[in-house]
Write a protein that binds this ligand. Structure first.
Ligand code: UDP
Ligand code: MG
Length: 324
């Protein structure tokens, strides 16, 4: 039996960075203030999601000089959700906290997350009471998306909750056993159950730099969320097909009736065109939806690793410790 490592952290903070050189110094400073206030030893895992700026150098240097920090660089930009997965994979703490690097998730809230965890909750998510510095468009689309998601899925995915949360070791281990490629992390934790609790907070504007979630990435995240947690779109084909077939049957009956009872019945060019285009439209739409799911099956079947690590700093220390 290995002797329990007294150096093993109780808390692991997972912070993904993607071109965050502007906020990194402020972030490190705020973390320096936060870490001593936690009621146990903590490690910070900075996951570099393919940054192409000086942020990589700053973060790696910190991991080299400060034993509380570790730096894991993915070999390219794999996306936010994969980056936090990579961080959770290497985290050693009893509680893992995921937070954004841009200080929109104020580090001080971590103390309250930890307190709630100590009271016996396994997943403690931070819930946004307000979202300063976010455009009305972002707020509106978020509202619509979560409304739709809740209607389409059976999983309880709380509203106004991002990935800022504290997760107990038990839930992290369950999370690691979920190998899916389409990662909608907040949905996966919702699916898991456990005792969950919310800590309300006011989301702040970005400390510096700009968002790396442009509309395209937001749409992709929204699709991932819906497609990996709901098969309602697939069942849509059934309802649409039934409706359209019923309409076609009625219309066909009417056409036959007219043709039999009305000499020289040739009218109907317009209805043919309308029907044809409607049906092929519905057909294409449904093929597209099926394609969406098939594409994801394809990605799962290839069974590639979720990410590739390019460089790791600060991990040698554990190896040195474990060979002692
Ligand atoms: N991020 C990442 N990979 C990406 C995009 C973003 O690791 O491809 C990180 C980013 O550095 C930040 C967090 O994810 O720490 C949230 O991103 P951002 O603040 O740009 O999103 P927003 O808050 O605007 O939704
Ligand atoms: Mg942000």
């Amino acid at each position: 039996m290995p002797i329990a490592d007294p150096e093993r952290p109780v808390y692991s903070l997972v912070v993904p960075i993607f071109n965050e050189e502007a906020v990194l110094p402020i972030l490190l400073h705020r973390l320096d203030t936060l870490l001593p206030k936690l009621d146990g030893p903590a490690e910070v895992i900075i996951v570099d999601d393919g940054s192409r700026d000086a942020g990589s150098i700053v973060a790696a240097a910190r991991a080299r000089d400060d034993s509380r920090f570790r730096y894991l660089a993915l070999s390219r930009n794999f996306g936010h959700q994969v980056a936090i997965t990579a961080g959770m994979d290497v985290a050693r703490g009893d509680a893992v906290i995921v937070m954004d690097a841009d200080l929109q998730d104020p580090p001080e809230i971590v103390l309250r997350l930890a307190e709630t965890w100590r009271q016996g909750h396994e997943i403690v998510y931070a819930q946004r009471l307000s979202r300063q510095g976010e455009t009305r468009f972002k707020r509106l689309t978020a509202r619509l998306f979560y409304g739709l998601l809740r209607r389409l899925t059976a999983v309880d995915i709380p509203e106004n909750v991002g990935d800022f949360r504290l997760v107990d070791r038990k839930a992290i281990d369950a999370f690691k056993a979920m190998p899916e490629r389409d990662r909608f992390v907040r949905g996966m934790f919702g699916w898991m159950g456990f005792r969950q609790a919310a800590v309300p907070y006011h989301r702040e504007p970005r400390a510096a730099g700009e968002t790396h979630y442009p509309l395209g990435k937001m749409i992709r995240l929204a699709f991932d969320g819906i497609v990996s947690f709901s098969d309602v779109p697939l069942r849509l084909a059934l309802w649409l097909g039934t409706g359209v077939s019923a309409a076609a049957l009625l219309f066909g009956g009417w056409v036959v009736w007219e043709a039999m009872h009305q000499a020289g019945f040739v009218a109907g060019w317009a209805s043919t065109v309308v029907l044809l285009s409607l049906l092929s439209g519905v057909n294409l739409l449904m093929t597209g939806i099926v394609g969406l799911y098939v594409g994801r099956i394809h990605a799962e079947v290839k069974n590639r690793p979720l990410y590739v690590v390019g460089r790791a700093v600060g991990f040698e220390r554990d190896e040195a410790a474990s060979t002692d």
